[in-house]
Design a protein around this ligand. Structure first.
Ligand code: UD2
Length: 307
């Protein structure tokens, strides 16, 4: 089995690469290392790695043409809502134009592939207070990040319907776990909290902590993606989440107990484009046969033990 993972040196991509290598897949990674790190790739000797941007179209075309990939995972992205607000144009190029460009090349060149997965996002649902958010819920993108994720998400569906490419999208909710880079202010909140707990630093909480999220441990996310790619038969969309709604304040409380430390908190104004409530309806994913193995407490404990 030959697999291409763009963003395979990143947080989610590197876990996926490791899992696929363990299953005997031949894995190729494209990553420009803007967010990802080489040290994330556990099996460097067993993968083919290219330090390239997905916006390097000449390179991508050559790779897609000669790669003979069975499965393609498009995970490379500017992965942060706040970062996208600072860099809307770059976000557009990486998060949506590069996807369209590859899809169009695959179509034009009649490249055979069993399934192409795109990492869309819960951000597409925006600030609709009606929760849980199902795949058919209202779409209200609030940020350049969400707009571009939705654009590529719809191109995937259109290329499935119009040109019969075997596409599928996953809408990630809040993914956490080992290897999530805590160095940037745009990193996932749990990696920032972990870093603050380890180093005894002040955590900047944007808002009052009542904002809610649906956190899913990265190992569950990897299993869900592999299952979706292997089992889905249509160009559809799957929410990838736990289906549990937790406020940030609750999560901090659970984490403090596990770490046996107190988080020093600095309360600041809410972030622009921030969503107030987020929780998924995961029945479509469950119907495919997926069951989450990690409760929030178990995931946080595994994460804490890894640092
Ligand atoms: C996450 C994903 C994003 C997208 C979105 C879907 C990350 C980094 N981002 O955005 O890619 O899929 O979900 O809805 O995983 N916060 C603080 N202090 C900090 C950092 C964050 O208070 O130092 C707050 C932040 O304002 C927000 C919550 O924590 O209310 C979660 O923030 P996040 O950046 O981890 O993730 P989110 O939900 O904005």
């Amino acid at each position: 089995m030959k697999v291409l993972i763009t963003g395979g040196a990143g947080f989610i991509g590197s876990h996926l690469a490791h899992s696929l290598v363990k299953r005997g897949a031949e894995v190729t990674i494209v990553d420009d290392l803007s967010m990802g790190r080489l040290s994330n790739i556990a099996d460097m000797a067993q993968v083919t790695f290219y330090q390239r941007s997905v916006c390097d179209y000449e390179f991508m075309h050559g790779l897609l043409k000669r790669g003979k990939f069975d499965y393609i995972y498009f995970l490379a992205a500017i992965a942060s809502v706040a970062d996208s607000i600072k860099r809307p144009w770059e976000t557009h190029q990486v998060n949506s134009e590069a996807i369209l460009n590859s899809l169009e090349f695959i179509r034009r060149e009649h490249i055979k592939v069993k399934r192409i997965l795109f990492s869309s996002s819960a951000a597409v649902y925006g600030d609709d207070l009606q929760v849980p958010k199902g795949e058919g819920s209202a779409i209200r993108p609030l940020s350049p990040y969400a707009i571009d994720k939705f654009l590529a998400d719809r191109y995937m569906a259109a290329y499935g319907k119009l040109y019969h490419l075997p596409t599928v999208c996953v809408r990630f909710f809040n993914v956490y776990g080992p290897k999530q880079n805590p160095q940037s202010p745009y990193s996932g909140v749990l990696s920032i909290i972990t870093n603050c707990l380890v180093k005894g630093r002040q955590f900047k909480l944007y808002g009052d902590g009542t904002q809610t999220r649906d956190f899913i441990f990265v190992e569950d996310v990897v299993r869900a993606m592999i299952m979706i790619v292997e089992k889905s038969t249509a160009s559809t969309v799957f929410n990838v989440a736990n289906g549990q709604e937790n406020s940030l304040a609750e999560v901090i409380q659970v984490y403090e107990k596990i770490a046996r430390r107190t988080l020093k908190i600095d309360y600041l104004a809410p972030r622009a484009g921030d969503i107030k409530r987020s929780v998924a309806d995961v029945s479509r994913l469950n119907d495919l046969g997926f069951k989450s193995r990690w409760t929030l407490a178990a995931g946080l404990e595994a994460y804490w033990n890894s640092v």
